[in-house]
Design a protein around this ligand. Structure first.
Ligand SMILES: [Zn+2]
Length: 148
């Protein structure tokens, strides 16, 4: 008797769910799963991305300068190309960001702060690439390409 009763109850719930127009309990669970999945992906990505140790600046594929990325360091780097200052990089509180640039789009300035491993700021018109690197011994992709 009791087993039969539970089957009927389940059936009724199904019927109720089908009758609810628009937003049913299943839609809610579905959305909640998606939301939790996105939240988890976001949080785990932040945890996996380690804070970097150095900021490597390259101009036209050549290493320009490399500065430690620690909270104690606060400095402004004038990035020159052919004797002209093209970009101004600021390093502060363990993060690097472009404060000014001689480029038409200013996309590098808009890219904001970088502090995590392998994050980059790219200024295409000036061929300036700022990369957050880890240990000093680690080879960057740029070095591998130029064969140095
Ligand atoms: Zn730029």
């Amino acid at each position: 008797m009791s087993a039969k009763g539970s089957i009927i109850t389940e059936h009724r719930y199904e019927d109720m769910d089908k009758k609810v127009p628009g937003f049913g309990i299943r839609d809610f669970i579905f959305l909640a799963c998606i939301f939790l999945g996105l939240l988890f992906a976001f949080l785990s990505q932040r945890k996996i991305a380690k804070p970097g140790k150095y900021v490597l600046v390259t101009v036209s594929g050549q290493e320009y300068t490399k500065v430690p990325l620690v909270n104690a360091v606060s400095l402004t780097i004038d990035i020159e190309k052919d004797g002209v200052v093209t970009n101004i990089l600021h390093v502060e509180n363990g993060a690097a960001f472009m404060t000014d640039a001689e480029c038409p789009d200013k996309l590098c300035v808009k890219q904001g702060k970088i502090s995590r491993l392998n994050e980059t700021i790219v200024c295409l018109p000036n061929e300036v690439v700022v990369t957050v690197t880890g240990e000093e011994t680690q080879e960057s992709d740029i070095d591998a390409v130029s064969g140095r």
